[in-house]
Design a protein around this ligand. Structure first.
Ligand code: ADP
Length: 494
């Protein structure tokens, strides 16, 4: 069994992994950049080492420093979290060479899945339905134009080494193709260091539905059902839930089995996600995320399986702790990503100091965060403050709990997207489960709703409203304000 894990990541996911370590009696090592000296994950770890300056490429992305710290301090495994080095075959390879266990798939599988063109080919071989598109890399505008015509407009051009929704270009007409190809290739080269791009049919109004997979070293692979992540801005997820309102038990069993079989065929080890677009009742493979995902807690809430513990068990050579037949989806879970960003200003990042922070609690609520009052969110990394997850016996109960929890949240000092989540939770189409990836763009009324919510919040701040139902909210805001003053007094006059 693994005894000591170095977590090559930061923020809430570093704490999430350390929590699993603590429950399993495993020691944890944090590595951090100079910008993260005061971060909670550094304090939570059993040991912590600074590995470089704030820019990620000099710290969190330095394979050399991560490996060196692991070796010097006796870590027998490295957990990469998500983002940064999580799907980097070079880190997995370096671990393989140094005799350190990489908690994730082998470097061979990471290479196969990291290149989206190769991943599409592998999935076609494994019998998984994919989005109609090219099986080859498209370099030349002439040949590309012919292929796009064959596929049928609109099409989407995507970087093969891409991620995070970056660089994808939708092309509606033939005349725009050559320019779009050129610009996607340029973005692909500068962002991912690889000019390879491919073409897919652009599906109108699909839902984004993905299956959680677990594969062990003994060749077993199972699925833990699906998550729906259709509420996105700039192709990035903001709200996720499990199960999906669009998936029946029969569809889950069928698609889950196809996904798990494909994982077995490629020799997948660890936790991973197979992403699909769902359109007109059909699933189309998008990509494999060969790591734990941001939204994994919603699956944990409905299945009761601790995905990070399974990752560590698998890396230790143990079999999966559950069989496919034992997996039950119980109730409904929903996650809101609480970001330091301004929904009224095109969701632009707004990092800064949290003058006050009070997270919700109570029945059915889970908070995965890594912040505290007076902590400053650094501008160098992604602006996520916390993940709010709520569970209910059914979707309606999950929604009313997440609404109640959003109401309890008090974050002072920076702009957050809490008002956006509140507006979505009130939206009649969202409540009915009528979701697709174009939701935010189409629901233009959301912005007016957000303005209303913010106006109301301001009135609470100034204690103008004295409706009895607002008493608790006003009390929470005052308590956080009092705490903030206490903290600042403490600092200036110890
Ligand atoms: P990335 O790896 O950059 O996140 P993905 O291929 O996973 O890119 O796609 C991210 C999102 O972009 C999807 O969830 C969906 O909203 C949109 N998208 C991607 N491909 C298509 C497509 N062929 N048709 C319609 N929407 C798409």
């Amino acid at each position: 069994m693994i005894k000591k894990i170095l977590i090559a990541n930061r923020g809430e996911i570093a704490i999430r992994v350390m929590r699993a370590c603590r429950e399993m009696g495993i020691a944890s090592i944090a590595v951090y950049s100079e910008a993260d000296k005061e971060a909670l994950f550094v304090k939570y770890a059993d040991e912590a080492f600074c590995i470089g300056p704030p820019p990620a490429r000099a710290s969190y992305l330095s394979i050399e420093k991560v490996i060196e710290t692991a070796k010097e301090n006796g870590a027998d495994a490295i957990h990469p979290g998500y983002g940064f080095l999580a799907e980097n075959p070079k880190l997995a390879k370096a671990c393989e060479q140094e005799g350190i266990k990489f908690i994730g798939p082998s470097s061979r599988v990471l290479e196969l899945m990291g290149d989206k063109i190769t991943a599409r080919r592998e999935m076609i071989k494994a019998g998984v339905p994919v989005v109609p598109g090219t099986e080859e890399c498209v370099l030349d505008p002439g040949r590309g134009g012919d292929l796009a015509k064959e596929i049928g407009y609109p099409v989407i051009i995507k970087p093969s080494g891409g991620g995070g929704g970056i660089g994808m270009t939708i092309v509606a007409h033939e005349e725009e193709f050559a320019n779009a190809l050129k610009s996607t290739q340029a973005i692909a080269t500068t962002t991912f260091g690889l000019c390879d791009v491919y073409i897919e049919k652009y599906l109108p109004h699909p839902r984004h539905i993905e299956f959680q997979l677990l594969g062990d070293q003994k060749g077993n692979a199972i699925h833990l059902g699906e998550r729906e992540c259709s509420i996105q801005r700039r192709h990035q997820k903001l709200i996720e839930e499990s199960p999906s309102p669009a998936v029946t038990p029969e569809m889950r069993a069928e698609m889950g089995a196809i996904a798990a079989k494909a994982a077995r065929i490629v020799g997948y080890e660890g936790a991973g996600t197979m992403e699909f677009l769902f359109s007109d009742g059909k699933f189309y493979f998008l990509e494999v995320n060969a790591r734990v995902q941001v939204e994994h807690p919603v699956t944990e809430m409905v299945t009761g399986v601790d995905i990070v513990k399974e990752q560590i068990r698998i890396a230790s050579g143990l079999p999966l702790s559950v069989n496919q037949e034992d997996v039950r989806m119980n109730g409904w879970a929903m996650e809101c990503r609480i970001n330091a960003e301004d929904p009224l200003n095109d969701f632009s990042p707004s990092p800064g100091k949290l003058k006050g922070y009070h997270a919700p609690g109570g029945i059915g609520v889970r908070i995965d965060d890594g912040v505290y009052t007076n902590y400053t969110i650094p501008p160098y990394y992604d602006p996520m403050i916390s993940k709010l997850i709520a569970w209910g016996r059914n979707r309606d109960e999950a929604i009313s709990r997440i609404k109640r929890a959003l109401y309890e949240y008090v974050i002072a000092g920076i702009t957050t997207n809490i008002s956006f989540h509140q507006a979505v939770m009130k939206n009649p189409r969202f409540v009915k489960g009528e979701l697709d990836t174009g939701f935010i763009e189409r629901e233009t009324g959301l912005m007016d709703e957000i303005e209303e919510i913010l106006k109301y919040e301001k009135s609470l701040d100034k204690k103008i409203s004295c409706r009895p139902e607002d008493k608790m909210r006003v009390a929470a805001i005052s308590a956080v304000a009092a705490l903030t003053q206490m903290h600042s007094r403490g600092r200036t006059n110890p």
